[in-house]
Structures are given as structure tokens and as C-alpha cells.
Write a protein that binds this ligand. Structure first.
Ligand code: ADP
Ligand code: ZN
Ligand code: ZN
Length: 726
């Protein structure tokens, strides 16, 4: 009898055996099998000689989906590791990592049309177009900013841009991009030459070259603007020269177009596949297949692409490795950064982690010499920006903006330079309040405030999506004395327009960049110097190069300073370093003004001297003292239910189940989550901690089946290994 062992996407952490008479069955192929009354698709992960299930009970598989294995042994090994480490059913892990098209049995969907510059178009410059041909200039800037621009991005830019597209196609500057956006070899193009390397860059590159061919983790710690990207490009070139595929992971989709065009210009003959969550299903599947077949030699992608099958993998790079978006926040809660290191070890290849502010976990490994530390200490162009604090106790801000910041912006406008005001909240104001009774706009379904969005006259919850009209009078006492409290991006934007009526202001937050490719268009306008002042949230912080931006103002950093999350200081330092890093990337040194009530806080002191090493060492000492990660390993059991009691009761049962297991892990009391209510459900959690990873892993894998068996089904629960937020 021929048996196959199949991983299925069902919430049970086990595999299922079937009979399979098809002699072609191989590990790594997709197969259709009966499961209860359903017909499910799974992956063959083993061909056992014997099954634990009685022979009579074994069902017969319907049919194989693939003619040859879709996943290789090495791909499966990573998925198996992830399933065990994150205590998540292997079948769910496999299905979560496959492109949607391959999870269905139906035929593939059509990829959307996309465009790219031809050789003639690439040779054209913005200056060659007349200044009044605004749409053409805009379109060319858009096409130059990215290797492939999807049709929707051009449609979004307006009717005039569509006309410009027709013109470009007619004159042979633009063509439809082939293969759903996989960049194809262009024989005629010579690679763009890189700049002459600095000594620090050369040393870092040499170290990576030396590491090629075997496992090593290297931390490339380089301040913002120190030229880390250039190091990656040379490392990629060396790996390609050895006939290897390269995997480059980046935190967010917003970052990919710039890097994509840079890579394409440097490696014109090399097929490049970009993978991110914004892709249509068809395009994602095509690019994934191109990587899997070995056709694509460079894969650039966000967190999920860490699982992309790569037969010739020779180098992994993780840019901005400290970024929390590498951690999946729900369902299968893996860390792509950590799995990149595991994958490198499994495959015997080096992995480079790059950051200006490495995660403390990573930095500690470098200090302990488990990772090789490569440093870039100086900026390429202008010096580091001057960072200073504006003491809000001395200078009362009006509409959220202190006089010094206003004066700074006025100076930049006069000089034709750009300024940016950073605030971590979108909307007009974080809360609406009644001046007579103190009523505040609370969300009924969450432990959170409703945010005032003045543009659409709505109160909105950023957690559950609830939206209601702004009340005319206080719902509690009927008084009409309702006032917005605090600042959001819209309010800062309004304040700036009032101050600088002729300035061109652009707001950049989730509300303005929601539409697909909106951000790409906005970036092109910033580069074209059509904007004087940018107001925005986190989106602005990430690795963008704005050469004309010389002043960064930070409003409201204090709100992130005091928090009961032990990682708050670390993330704020990283965030502000990145925000500050946007200033002065051209020839003129930049200036950063941080508005604060606490200019003497150690975090701001460290930031002003831009001494990450001392900051990190002090933080690590505190963590060691307090018994926090990276000196201990944690997992969080989260539970949610209609009532808090139900959630807590489930956790209490989980604690009792743990008593039966022999283990040295520490189990804390069940407690309500920091954000106790969310979308109408009450949330509680339980922390499990251990001094070693191995001990934690063994415990969790023994505990998980007991949790599945727990009676209380009214609570939904999940395990989060190495949790980032609590
Ligand atoms: P980081 O990622 O470290 O913040 P980037 O890689 O964005 O820094 O580099 C900053 C700028 O310096 C970029 O515009 C890049 O093109 C440029 N650059 C990098 N290396 C060199 C070099 N050796 N000589 C001149 N310019 C360089
Ligand atoms: Zn009231
Ligand atoms: Zn809500």
C-alpha cells in the first residue's frame, strides 16, 4: 500500500495519512484529499511506510495537483521549523505562505497591465521635456521612480497622464511590462556605475564576500545616509557572480519602488522579482514561480517573501532589520527577520542584517560576537543632521507648533528647500471633548478614543473601524461646547496652511495614501519639488531619500515616551533616528527639531549626541537587570471572548494544564490585555517566560495540544512566540 502524509490547512496541529495509488506522488506536491465532507488541498510532506491509523480507516487521496514537487525539501524544512517554533499547524503555515492562486484549484487570474520604460525612454531625461508639459514630466518621473508601474497607478494620476502615456507609447518610450512585472534581461543596456566606495563600505563588502558560501550572520550597522544600500548592491553582485540567487527583504511596500529601480539599473541583465502584499494574485503567483524555478535571480520582497522557494539561494539581506513589520501580527505570528537567520543557517549561506538602530536582540548578538559586526560610522554627503529639542515649557506652541519650528520652516521656504513635520497620529484630533461635563468620544466597542476626522466630519475608531457623524451637542449633557483635544496630521496641516497660505503642503498618512499607488505619485511630486512642506506619519520615516528636505520637526514625541511596554524606548529611539535621517540627505546638512516637555529625558540626550552604542548598552543593562528580553524568552497566550471572564477562565484552565507538564518555564497570572476591549471583544493574556529558547519551545509544543483540548470553546485563543506587542 502506498501512503502519503499530508499537511492540511485545518486548526489541528497534526498531519493526515492517506492512501495514494498514483506512483508519481512525491514529497512537496500538492494533492486533493477528502476531509470529512470536504475536498481539501494539501501538501505531501512524507511518504511513510506505516501509518498509526488503522488500515481500514485510511481514505484514498483524490488526485495529485502537480506533476513535479512544488516545494523542495529545503523549502519544507524551513516551513517545518516555522511550524514548530511558532507552534502553528504545518498545514496552515504552508497554505499561508503559498500564493493564493496556488491554494486554489481554479485557473490562474490575469495579471494587471503594467508598463515600463524602453531603452529610448530610459535615456530620456526630465530636462528634455518642456516645462509646460507637466503631465508628461509627471509621468516620466513616475516611470523613472520604479521599474514597472502598474496601470492603476497611471490611471490614478489623472486623465492628462493617460494621454501622456499614449504619447510615450507612440514615440516608443514606454512598453507593456512583460511577465507581470518580472524584470527581464535587457541586453543592450549597460549597468549603471555605482559611486566610488568609501573605505568603510569596501571593508563591509569584503567581509560579506568572504562569508559567501557558508553560514554567517553579519550585522551591518550604519547610520542613516552612510550608504548601506551600496553595500547591499555590491554584496548582491558578488553573490550573482557565484551563480547564486539573492533574497532581499524590506519592511514595507512603500520602500520597494525606489530599491527596485536602483537594482534594475545596476543589474540590467538579471531577472528581478518583487513580491509584496499589494500585488494582484496572478502577478504574485507568476513572480513566485519565477523565483522557484530559478529564473528570477534577485527576489525583493516584504516579510512573507522569506518563504519564497529559491533553489540557488546564496545570500539573504534584511534591510531595516529592527522594523516591527517583519513580525506578522496575527494568525501565524512569525518573524521574517528571525526566520531569515534560520533559513541562512539551514542553507549554509550568509545573511546580512542592516540597520542604523539594530534591534536590541540583534545588537546583543553582535556584542557577544555571535554575529559579525560591520560598521559604517560616517555619512556620505552632508554631515549628520543637527538634532535639538524645543523646550515646550519655555515656548508654548500655538496649534501644536512652536515658534522655533515655524521660523525654521519659513527659512526653508525662503530658500526653496523642503520641510517635514512628523506626527504619529492621523486624523484631526485624537479625541473630542465636552467642555462642560468632560465627556470624551470613546469607542463603544474598544478601549480607545474615537478620533476626530474633520474632513469627512466623522468620529472614527482606528482599531475597529467604527465611524459616526460628529455630534452637534454633547451626548451626555447636551452642551454644544465640544472641542477637539490634541493634534493629528489634519490639524497640523490646517495650522500650517494658516501660517503659510502660499506654501504647497502635502499630507501623507494612511488616509491620503490608501489608494493603490497613491504614494508612488506623491513621491514623484516631492522629487519634482512641487511640495514645500510634508506633514505625515510613520510612512515618512522609512528609508526615503528626499534630497531637498532639510528640516524635520517632530511634534508630540512625548506621547510615545511613557508607556508600559518595555520596548517603547527602543522603538521611539529607532523611529526618531529614522525620521531625523530624512533631513539633509543632499548637499546641505539638515536640522531636526523635537518639540518636548522633557528635553532632559535620557532618550533625547542620547538622540542629540546620536550615540546608539551607548544608548543600546544602557538599555541592555536595564533589560538584564529587570529580566526582560533578550535575556529571557517569552511567549504570550492571547485569549478573547464576549466577556472578560470567559477569556480569563480559558487562561486559568491553560495554567492548570501547564501544571501537569514538567518544565522550568515561568508562567505568569492571566491578566487583561493592555487594550482590553477591541471590536466588541474582551481580551486577556498570559505570559510564559524561559531562560532558554529550547526549554520554551519544548514546553509550548507539549502545551499546545492541551490547549486545543480545553473545554471552554467560547474563547478564541492564539500563541505568540517572541511577542512584540502586549
Ligand atoms: P542608508 O541606507 O545607509 O541610509 P543610502 O544607502 O541611502 O544610506 O545612501 C545615502 C546616499 O549616499 C544615497 O543617495 C547613495 O546613492 C549615496 N551613496 C552611497 N554610497 C556612496 C558613495 N560611496 N559615494 C557617493 N555617494 C554614495
Ligand atoms: Zn457634556
Ligand atoms: Zn473601536
Amino acid at each position: 500500500m502506498n501512503l502519503i502524509r499530508v499537511a492540511l490547512d485545518v486548526p489541528v496541529a497534526r498531519l493526515f495519512d492517506y492512501r495514494c495509488d498514483d506512483a508519481a506522488a512525491q514529497i512537496g506536491m500538492r494533492v486533493l484529499v477528502p476531509f470529512g465532507r470536504q475536498k481539501l488541498m494539501g501538501i505531501i510532506v512524507a511518504k511513510p511506510d506505516l501509518s498509526e491509523a488503522p488500515e481500514a480507516k485510511l481514505k484514498r487521496a483524490y488526485a495529485l495537483v502537480d506533476n513535479s514537487p512544488l516545494l523542495g525539501r529545503a523549502d519544507l524544512r524551513l516551513l517545518e521549523f516555522a511550524a514548530e517554533y511558532y507552534v502553528h499547524p504545518l498545514g496552515s503555515v504552508v497554505m499561508a505562505t503559498l500564493p493564493a492562486v496556488l491554494r486554489r484549484v481554479r485557473s490562474r487570474e490575469q495579471a494587471p497591465a503594467a508598463y515600463e520604460l524602453t531603452a529610448a525612454g530610459s535615456a530620456a531625461s526630465l530636462e528634455s521635456l518642456p516645462p509646460r508639459a507637466r503631465s508628461q514630466r509627471k509621468l516620466l518621473a513616475l516611470l523613472q521612480s520604479s521599474v514597472v508601474v502598474e496601470h492603476s497607478a497611471i490611471t490614478a494620476a489623472g486623465a492628462a497622464t493617460r494621454t501622456a502615456l499614449k504619447t510615450f507609447i507612440a514615440q516608443g518610450w514606454v512598453q507593456a511590462a512583460a511577465l507581470g512585472g518580472i524584470v527581464q534581461p535587457k541586453e543592450a543596456v549597460t549597468p549603471a556605475a555605482g559611486p566610488r566606495l568609501t573605505g568603510e563600505q569596501s571593508a563591509a563588502i569584503a567581509a560579506i564576500q568572504e562569508a559567501l558560501g557558508s553560514y554567517q550572520t553579519l550585522l551591518l550597522w550604519g547610520i542613516t545616509g552612510s550608504g548601506k544600500t551600496e553595500v547591499y548592491l555590491h554584496a548582491i553582485a558578488s553573490a550573482l557572480a557565484r551563480n547564486a540567487q539573492v533574497l532581499l527583504l524590506v519592511p514595507e511596500i512603500a520602500l520597494t519602488p525606489q530599491l527596485e529601480s536602483l537594482i534594475a539599473a545596476r543589474f540590467p541583465g538579471v531577472p528581478l522579482a518583487t513580491l509584496h502584499s499589494g500585488l494582484a494574485d496572478g502577478a504574485r503567483a507568476e513572480r513566485w514561480q519565477a523565483a522557484r524555478s530559478g529564473h528570477a535571480r534577485i527576489v525583493l520582497g516584504t516579510r512573507l517573501s522569506v518563504f519564497t522557494p529559491l533553489p540557488d539561494l546564496g545570500l539573504i539581506i534584511v534591510d531595516e532589520e529592527h522594523d516591527s513589520s517583519f513580525k506578522q501580527g496575527e494568525g501565524f505570528r512569525y518573524s521574517a527577520r528571525d526566520l531569515a537567520v534560520v533559513r541562512a543557517r539551514q542553507r549554509g549561506v550568509p545573511v546580512v542584517l542592516g540597520s542604523a538602530t539594530p534591534a536590541l536582540e540583534t545588537y546583543r548578538n553582535a556584542i557577544d560576537q555571535r554575529y559579525r559586526l560591520l560598521t559604517l560610522k560616517s555619512r556620505i554627503q552632508a554631515g549628520l543632521p543637527m538634532i535639538s529639542c524645543v523646550d515646550l515649557r519655555q515656548q508654548r506652541p500655538s496649534d501644536g507648533l512652536a515658534g522655533e519650528l515655524i521660523a525654521g520652516i519659513a527659512k526653508r521656504i525662503a530658500r526653496g528647500e523642503q520641510s517635514m513635520v512628523f506626527i504619529n497620529r492621523r486624523g484631526y484630533a485624537p479625541v473630542l471633548m465636552c467642555g462642560s461635563c468632560g465627556w470624551m468620544s470613546d469607542c463603544q466597542r474598544c478601549s480607545a478614543r474615537l478620533v476626530l476626522h474633520l474632513r469627512d466630519r466623522q468620529l472614527r475608531c482606528h482599531h475597529c473601524g467604527h465611524a459616526s457623524a460628529v455630534p452637534r451637542a454633547c451626548p451626555s449633557c447636551g452642551d454644544t461646547d465640544l472641542a477637539p483635544v490634541g493634534q493629528g496630521t489634519q490639524r497640523i496641516e490646517a495650522a500650517l496652511s494658516a501660517r503659510f497660505p502660499t506654501a504647497r503642503i502635502m499630507r501623507i498618512d494612511r488616509d491620503t495614501t490608501q489608494r493603490k499607488d497613491a504614494w508612488q505619485n506623491m513621491r514623484a511630486r516631492i522629487h519634482e519639488r512641487e511640495i514645500d512642506i510634508l506633514v505625515g506619519t510613520q510612512i515618512l520615516a522609512k528609508g526615503h531619500d528626499f534630497p531637498h528636505l532639510n528640516l524635520v520637526g517632530v511634534v508630540n514625541a512625548d506621547s510615545m515616551l511613557y508607556s508600559n511596554d518595555f520596548r517603547a524606548t527602543e522603538s521611539l529611539y529607532a523611529l526618531l533616528t529614522q525620521v531625523a535621517g530624512r533631513a539633509g540627505r543632499g548637499a546641505i546638512p539638515g536640522e531636526v527639531l523635537i518639540q518636548t516637555q522633557f528635553p532632559d529625558h535620557p532618550l533625547y540626550t542620547a538622540l542629540r549626541s546620536q550615540d546608539y552604542d551607548s544608548f543600546a548598552r544602557a538599555q541592555l543593562a536595564e533589560r538584564r537587570q529587570a529580566g526582560f528580553p533578550p535575556y529571557v524568552y517569552q511567549a504570550l497566550l492571547r485569549a478573547e471572548a464576549r466577556g472578560l471572564d470567559t477569556a480569563l477562565e480559558f487562561l486559568a484552565q491553560a495554567v492548570r494544564a501547564a501544571y501537569d507538564l514538567e518544565s522550568g518555564v515561568t508562567i505568569y497570572e492571566p491578566v487583561p490585555a493592555n487594550m482590553m476591549r477591541k471590536a466588541g471583544r474582551e481580551r486577556a493574556q498570559l505570559l510564559v517566560q524561559s531562560r532558554t529558547r529550547a526549554e520554551l519551545r519544548t514546553f509550548l509544543n507539549a502545551w499546545q495540544p492541551l490547549l486545543t483540548g480545553t473545554k471552554s470553546t467560547a474563547a478564541r485563543w492564539s500563541l505568540d512566540v517572541d511577542p512584540l506587542d502586549f
